[in-house]
Design a protein around this ligand. Sequence first.
Ligand code: PRP
Ligand code: URA
Length: 206
Amino acid sequence: MLYLLEHPLITHKLTLLRKKETCTKDFRKTLSEIAGLMAYEISRDLPLRTIEIETPLQSCTTSELAREVIIVPILRAGLGMTDSINNLIPTAKVGHLGMFRDHETLEPRSYYAKLPPLLNDAVIMLLDPMLATGGSASKAISYIKKEGGKQIKLVCIVGAPEGVEKVETDHPDVDIYLAALDERLNEKGYILPGLGDAGDRLYGTR
Ligand code: PRP
Ligand code: URA
C-alpha cells in the first residue's frame, strides 16, 4: 500500500529541499524536519497495550506502545532522517544498511549491515529519502526479511513511479510512505523533478 503524506508544512519544506540554491546546512535541517513530520503518520497504526499506572492523584488505566520499533536508515542519505524519528520514539533501536548505486548499471551495492536482533513482532521503519529505481530499497527489504524482519514500513521523501512499482512487485506486504510522488526517472536514474543527489546535498560532497 502506498501512502502519500500530503500536508502544507511538508510541501513547503519539500520545496526548500528541491531548490538548487538550498545550502547543505539548510538541506540537512529541512530533511530532518520533514522526516519528523512524517513520523506522526507512519506511527499512526502502532499497536498499544493497556496498562495500569499511578498518577500523583490516583490510579488509572492507560496505554503504551506494545511493539518494539526498529529504525533502519540506508546509508548515507537515510541517516538524515534518523534523528528526528528517533527523538519521537526514543526507545527505538537503530540498525544500519550501507548501500550505493553503481553509476553505470544503477544496481545497488551493499557495503555494510548491522541490525539489532530482529524480533518477530518488531515494527521496522526503513528510511531513505530517495526511491528512484527502487533497487536499493528492494534489496534492503530482502535483507531485513532474511534476518527475520516481518513488519516493514518503507519511509522515503521523494519517490518515482518506477521505484514504487518495483517495491510493490517485489514486496507487496510492505507499506510505502512518501512525501511526494514525482514524475519519472531520467536516463541516469535521477528522479524528475526530484531534488538531486540526496547524499551529496546532505553532506556537501559535490
Ligand atoms: C541514493 C539514495 C538511495 C538510492 C536510490 O543513494 O539515497 O539509497 O540512491 O536509488 P534507487 O532507488 O535507484 O536504488 P546513493 O546510491 O546515491 O548513495 P549515497 O546515499 O551514499 O549517496
Ligand atoms: N538518488 C538520489 O539521491 N537522487 C535521485 O534522484 C535518485 C537516486
